[in-house]
Design a binder for this molecule. Sequence first.
Ligand code: GDP
Length: 541
Amino acid sequence: MTTTVPLRQADDGPASADVVAEAARRRTFAVISHPDAGKSTLTEALALHARVIGRAGAVHGKAGRRGTVSDWMDMEKARGISITSAALQFSYRDAVVNLLDTPGHADFSEDTYRVLTAVDAAVMLVDAAKGLEAQTMKLFAVCRHRGIPVVTVVNKWDRPGKDALALMDEIAERTGLTPTPLTWPVGIAGDFRGVLDRRDGSYRRYTRTAGGATVAPEELLSPAEAAAYEPDAWAQACEEADLLAATAGEHDQDLFLSGVTTPVLFASAVSNFGVGALLDVLVDLSPAPAGRPDTDGTPRPVGGPFSAFVFKVQSGMDAAHRDRLAYIRICSGVFERGMVVTHGPTGRPFATKYAQHVFGRERESIDLAYPGDVVGLVNASALHVGDTLYAERPVAFPPLTTFAPEHFAVVRSLETAKHKQFRRGIAQLESEGVVQVLRSDRRGEQAPVFAVVGPMQFEVAAHRMEHEFSAPVRLEPLPYTLAMRTDEASVPGITATTGTEVVQRSDGELLALFTTKWVMGMVRNGKPHLTLEPLVAAQLD
Ligand code: GDP
């Protein structure tokens, strides 16, 4: 008699059930905002609330760089900024929250956009006084394109700012999302008394803490108590809440998940007010990781065998060791440090011996990770942005979209004898997605154009050309700010106007470059037959 030992099915074994349960408690999101809206402050407040760290300020200090964990890029040291983008992980209630960093300020780059391909939700952080600003809108466009749900937080309500109802109109008009406020401010901006929780009518009284260094006790009062405490401000808030009930929508989970509405919270990140409410909203309303569709559009179930994709590669952090870190977002299965996975594009094995959690300057080894988590793989020289990794059953995820560049510069070799190094370096930077490379017959092979989303990418590219490929370069900025897709037939009609140029990207796409939007409008107005389309659906015009 023969006994057959049943092979464990990848999708239904006990391990798979664990993976599904672990995935279900993950919340993976990023904050989209304009510099100075309070993203760092909010990040620290979230971590403080979740009690990952004892005091706000320890997550990623911008100044004072004590205790560097690793040798970082010289340029980064010199500038005193962090160009590391990764994830902060903390637990809150029963959930595991992954907050992916979206570098802003001087470090705004194509990577900032790419982070949004690795999250399941976004928090749109709006400065109460400034409303929706340029960088927020750019990042929002990517969220809208991907259809990821957006939670809106109006920050700095403790400072004078816009009218709350006017802000709701602004959100509706500029984003197309219907704001569904969950809380409503009691007291105008600059006179923050607390919030009316529209879900249960209660009053959460705003209490200040010194510098937001500790979690502020949130006082929960009944409507009757609120009316006694803050008669005028409470009456005003109730009146506006009634108005909202008649005009704005109420929260509807399906509409939120399908990107039609955005729940809104009012906060003061610097004093930790509204931060707990945000965490609750993320845990209660934000989606858990779902199966990522492969190139055929079929989702690989989160409980299936391991799969992940690379959403960011960072090189040269340690000049001596050519340290190269690839950040992967896990899509399905369990990740165990040391496991050998398959690198999709080459079919070669990839050993994950060195896997780390990385956030800002902190690194620690990671042994186990689940769908929604981010892992930094060290010495990952074979991995490129967009690459798929998998175990057991092969899968290929669609390539990541490129984004519309806004800065352009001609690259010239400073040492003419180093043709080979120059070409090799440029090809490598292009394949890694560090910069987009544009060429034209007019400019020739020796003078390609680097095109980027943020100028820091130029510095990274120039640094690597010199130090990694021994081909020092000079970058000559070009005056263009806008790129549109075009075709061969349209070229003469475009280039007849000054302030334009047509170049080719390596994927074959023809790009029309314009010095200003106004020039583009002028070219298009006179000649409606010309092909001029946004480069990506996410590009706002
Ligand atoms: P980021 O550039 O978006 O990361 O912004 P930061 O977190 O560095 O904040 C920019 C400035 O706004 C800092 O001076 C913060 O202290 C301040 N700030 C952040 N949140 C608040 C807030 O809720 N109220 C007030 N009054 N200031 C805030």
